[in-house]
Design a protein around this ligand. Structure first.
Ligand code: PXL
Length: 259
C-alpha cells in the first residue's frame, strides 16, 4: 500500500488542514497518515484561534511514526513558528523524505495570520531547499519574494525567483488572478509549464489550497511524477470546487465525496 503523510493543522470544519488532507489521500486510494502540528478553533466563518503543538510532542509524533512506517510522499501545511519549522527540516533530512510538497501557508483564506516575517525567512532557509515542490498562491508568492504577482508575466518571473531558493519545482497558483481561467504555472528544470481549468465563478471557498497540495502529494506517493501529479490533482480540485458544499453559514468546502 502506498502511504502519504501530512504534517499540518487540524481544522474542525473538515474543509482544510489534516482533515481535508486525509479525505483527499483516501480519494486517491493512498493510505493517509497524519501528524498534527497545530490546532485551529474555527468554523466556516473563519478562524478564532490557533495553537501550536509543543515541540517535543511534534517531534515524538513524527519519529514514532517514521521509525515504523515507510512514507512515500509527505506534505506540510499550517506550521505556526520557527521551532516547528526547524524540527520538520531536521526530520525530513533524517528520514530522507525527498518526495516533499511544501504548502507555504502564510495566512488563512479568511485572512488570519499564520507565519510572521522571521518565520517566513526560516521557512525559506530550512524547508524550501528540501522541497520537491512548493505550492504558493499569489499572496504567498509575494510574501516569499517581496515581488508583486498580479499578472501572468509576474507569475512566471516569481516562480523562477522562488525556484532559485532551492526547491526542484515551484507551482504558482493563479486561482485569484483576474480573468476567467484558473491558471497555474510550474517552474522546473525544463522551464515553465502551464496548467489551466475554467474559473468556477461565485464560490467563496475554504481549503482549496490544502486539497490541491494533498492531491499532488497523493499522486507522488502513488508513483506519478510532478507534472502528472499536478494534472490529476487539478482535475480533482476543479470537480470538487464545481460541486462545493455549504455545511455552515460561511465559506463553502470542496466536495470530495463524488470522485
Ligand atoms: O487553508 C489554509 C489552512 C490550512 N490549515 C488549516 C487551516 C487553514 C485555513 O483555515 O485552518 C488547519
Amino acid at each position: 500500500m502506498k502511504v502519504a503523510l501530512t504534517i499540518a493543522g487540524s481544522d474542525p470544519t473538515g474543509g482544510a488542514g489534516i482533515q481535508a488532507d486525509l479525505r483527499t489521500f483516501a480519494s486517491f486510494h493512498v493510505h493517509g497518515t497524519a501528524v498534527i502540528a497545530s490546532l485551529t478553533i474555527q468554523s466556516t466563518l473563519g478562524i478564532q484561534e490557533v495553537v501550536k503543538i509543543p515541540p517535543d510532542l511534534l517531534r515524538k509524533q513524527i519519529t514514532t511514526l517514521l521509525d515504523d512506517v515507510t512514507v512515500h510522499a509527505v506534505k506540510t501545511g499550517m506550521l505556526l513558528d520557527g521551532e516547528t519549522i526547524e524540527i520538520i527540516g531536521e526530520l525530513l533530512k533524517k528520514y530522507r523524505l525527498t518526495r516533499y510538497v511544501l504548502d507555504p501557508i502564510i495566512r488563512s483564506s479568511t485572512g488570519f495570520p499564520v507565519l510572521k516575517k522571521d518565520d517566513i525567512e526560516l521557512l525559506k532557509k530550512t524547508l524550501l531547499p528540501r522541497a520537491l515542490l512548493v505550492t504558493p498562491n499569489l499572496q504567498e508568492a509575494e510574501a516569499l519574494t517581496g515581488l508583486s504577482v498580479r499578472t501572468e508575466k509576474e507569475m512566471e518571473h516569481t516562480a523562477k525567483e522562488i525556484r532559485a531558493m532551492g526547491p526542484r519545482y515551484v507551482l504558482v497558483k493563479g486561482g485569484h488572478l483576474e480573468g476567467n481561467a484558473a491558471l497555474d504555472l510550474l517552474a522546473g528544470r525544463s522551464g515553465i509549464q502551464r496548467f489551466r481549468k475554467p474559473h468556477v465563478p461565485g464560490r467563496r471557498l475554504h481549503g482549496a489550497g490544502c486539497v490541491y497540495s494533498a492531491a499532488i502529494t497523493a499522486g507522488l506517493a502513488a508513483g506519478l511524477n510532478v507534472e502528472q501529479s499536478i494534472r490529476k490533482a487539478k482535475g480533482l480540485v476543479y470537480r470538487a470546487i464545481r460541486s462545493a458544499v455549504s455545511v455552515g453559514q460561511g465559506r463553502q468546502l470542496l466536495n470530495l465525496t463524488s470522485d
